[in-house]
Design a binder for this molecule. Sequence first.
Ligand SMILES: C[S@@+](CC[C@H](N)C(=O)[O-])C[C@H]1O[C@@H](n2cnc3c(N)ncnc32)[C@H](O)[C@@H]1O
Length: 248
Amino acid sequence: MIDANNYQLYGAFGDRYDLHTPAHHYQHDHQFLIQRIQAIGGLGRVLDVGCGTGVFLEKALAAGLDPIGLDPAPAMLQLASQKVGKSRVRLGYMQDLDDQKAFNAITALSWSLNYCRDYEELCTVLTRCKEALHSGGGLFLQVAHAPHAAKQAPDFFMDYEVGPGGPQDIVLKYRFWAADNQTMMAEYNFECISMADSFSEVHVLKVADAILVARAAEEAGFIDLEILEDYGGGPLEKTINPFIVGRV
Ligand SMILES: C[S@@+](CC[C@H](N)C(=O)[O-])C[C@H]1O[C@@H](n2cnc3c(N)ncnc32)[C@H](O)[C@@H]1O
């Protein structure tokens, strides 16, 4: 199993995550998901697998849903519990999920699922997700899609954010490329100028092919699977960051 805490982004520097990636970055994705989950009905009980700092949990709770987050990185969960309370976060690995018919929807956003080691491990996780859902429950994944990524490391994107030292105190440089058709590389360079701290690391994202992930979901027993380009709901076209939706 890949241990998320070995990545500085979630481990040693996890407490800075909301500084470089604030919640508003994902607002359209979150709105889209909340509407789809509300349409399922039931008690609105949602499990967010790899919830990170709880940006989706917070919005789901505000929308009247009943969310719980699961993540193995204590630094990330600490920020999540500040947003939604300790009772809504669980420390653990998706590989160990063992709830039975407990949720109306499961989400795994921003490539959390791509920390599975290989296709077999992904199938196991998706089977556990299926068992954790009530009949009629929904699955909402956002996965890395290497077939649409650059074949070599491109130039960095740069995000500047407000930090403790003021505007543009935080700089996040990032870039993504395909090592092969199922492996996405993600490089992150973080710098906080006022605190004089920084790190740089490359993440290896496995099973980074939405068609393969949808096949694994089908093998696990999910039905009505669709691969969507983005929150607009159109079919997969050219993105490296599609949604996969399905139901039990
Ligand atoms: C890019 S972050 C995304 C966080 C959140 N879903 C979001 O949208 O902001 C990926 C998250 O996956 C978590 N993760 C990595 N391996 C995991 C595993 N085996 N089980 C559950 N979560 C894992 C990391 O700790 C991290 O919080």
